[in-house]
Write a protein that binds this ligand. Structure first.
Ligand code: SAH
Ligand code: ZN
Length: 416
């Protein structure tokens, strides 16, 4: 949609908006209002929850618009036509056939991003194809698939190995044994690769992501085609049950949710979905009212106020999250550009040990690990520095206010 609160468009979250929401190919739409108009003039409309670019999904409906039966039927037909070419079950069957083929017959069509079966080769002869797809490659789909860099919708920025390994080591050392990966295909993949190496302790992972290409590689227990902006399972009841089973098994013990949503995303819509997940987790046995589902929410630091507004018990860690395919977001040492992306969590910061070899140290006064550039401020009584020395490029120098920073990131990401 290219719209967010920053552009004068406000998201309306209410029971009413939710129950009345029409469906686009990406599940229930969200209700928005233009906020720059006078209150009584503001006209509200439904638009796609997943796509912030009209090119990706052009769904639009005024809140009070009457939709004829014919148009409703046409819409349903259109929504069906926009679903993946195969069901998840079919993808799983295809995968089983694919791995049973001799190496020389295992071909991946890079144009279609599809593992091909021999009877389909004819249709792809003019496409770019990759042959000899090994088991090693099949275990690492995030390296095989082309990242969907389409900035406004998928914004697929994959973790650098260092960051991904740090996250997994941290998760294991903190005693977690199940990871709900929401929009973190690379972490899911690392956990599964580790599992195939039969390492102890056993860590299980489930991936929820809108990128249905992963259905080709993972079973229905391991992956759900999912929209995190409206908590929608494309695979229907069986998919949402697979999710619930994973989340709530072992009385909901030792599970952590890790999410790295597209940064252009609406914080409030994400928080609303995450609260639903927390609610489902709470239905698992023996949960006290004040118990919280442990969460790592990975997001740029300048969203701190908005995340804290939605989740007051969260705090932001100093750890800089690095990406592979994002030229601007590389780790700071050696003069490279530094990442503005951080981890928000409801776990006690003092328990989260950040790597000394990357320059993090413990602040006794704050009782948490901080970056080496951070100094304890006597006035704030905290290690508050987030921006100073963080973004040393000349272009960043003038960035003083939150909106300046957002403007800058908007330019870079094209996605706020
Ligand atoms: N750093 C992560 C990837 C983060 S990129 C990693 O390396 O694993 C954002 C991820 O969220 C992508 O995998 C993208 O496909 C997914 N995503 C984007 N929009 C989504 C949506 N509406 N619902 C669920 N997942 C979404
Ligand atoms: Zn849509």
């Amino acid at each position: 949609m290219g719209m967010s609160a920053a552009a004068g468009i406000e998201l309306i979250i209410s029971q009413e908006a939710e129950s009345g929401a029409p469906l686009c190919p990406h599940g229930p739409t969200l209700l928005f209002a233009k906020v720059n108009r006078k209150e009584h003039e503001a006209r509200r409309f439904y638009a796609c929850a997943a796509c912030r670019d009209r090119k990706d999904c052009n769904f639009f409906q005024w809140e009070d618009e009457k939709v004829s039966v014919a148009r409703q039927l046409a819409r349903e037909e259109f929504n069906r036509s926009r679903q993946p070419p195969f069901t998840h079950k079919r993808y799983v069957e295809r995968y089983q056939k694919f791995v049973s083929l001799p190496l020389a017959n295992r071909i991946f069509c890079t144009d279609c991003q599809l593992l091909l079966l021999p009877e389909e080769w004819d249709q792809h002869t003019s496409h770019h194809r990759l042959g000899d797809v090994s088991l090693h490659q099949l275990k690492r789909p995030s390296h095989l698939l082309l990242p969907l860099e389409n900035k406004k919708t998928n914004a697929q920025y994959l973790f650098a190995d260092r960051t991904c390994q740090f996250l997994l080591d941290l998760i294991i050392s903190m005693g977690f044994r199940r990871v709900l990966c929401i929009g973190t295909p690379r972490l899911h993949e690392l956990i599964r690769v580790r599992q195939s190496q039969k390492k102890e302790p056993v860590i299980k992972s489930q991936l929820l992501d809108i990128d249905f290409r992963y259905s080709q590689f993972y079973s229905e227990e391991e992956f759900c085609h999912y929209n995190m902006f409206n908590h929608y399972f494309f695979g229907g009841k069986s998919a949402s049950e697979a999710f619930q089973t994973f989340l709530c098994q072992d009385n909901g013990e030792s599970v952590i949710m890790v999410t790295d949503p597209p940064f252009g995303g609406l914080v409030e819509a994400l928080a609303h979905s995450f609260k639903k997940i927390v609610g489902i987790w709470k239905t698992s046995q023996n949960k006290a009212d004040d118990e919280e589902l442990p969460i790592f929410w990975i997001f740029p630091y300048f969203f701190e106020p908005r995340i804290l507004q939605c989740f007051p018990t969260f705090s932001m860690l100093d750890y800089q999250v690095d990406y592979d395919n994002h030229a601007l977001y590389k780790h700071g040492n050696s003069g490279r550009k530094q990442s503005p992306v951080r981890i928000f969590t409801n776990l006690p910061p003092k328990d989260i040990i950040l790597p000394a070899e990357e320059g993090y140290k413990f602040c006794l006064l704050c009782q948490r690990y901080i970056s080496s550039a951070n100094r304890h401020c006597e006035i704030c009584q905290a290690c508050t520095s987030k921006v100073s020395k963080l973004l040393p490029e000349p272009g960043w120098q003038a960035m003083e206010t939150l909106s300046d920073l957002q403007q800058m990131c908007k330019t870079i990401l094209g996605s706020l």
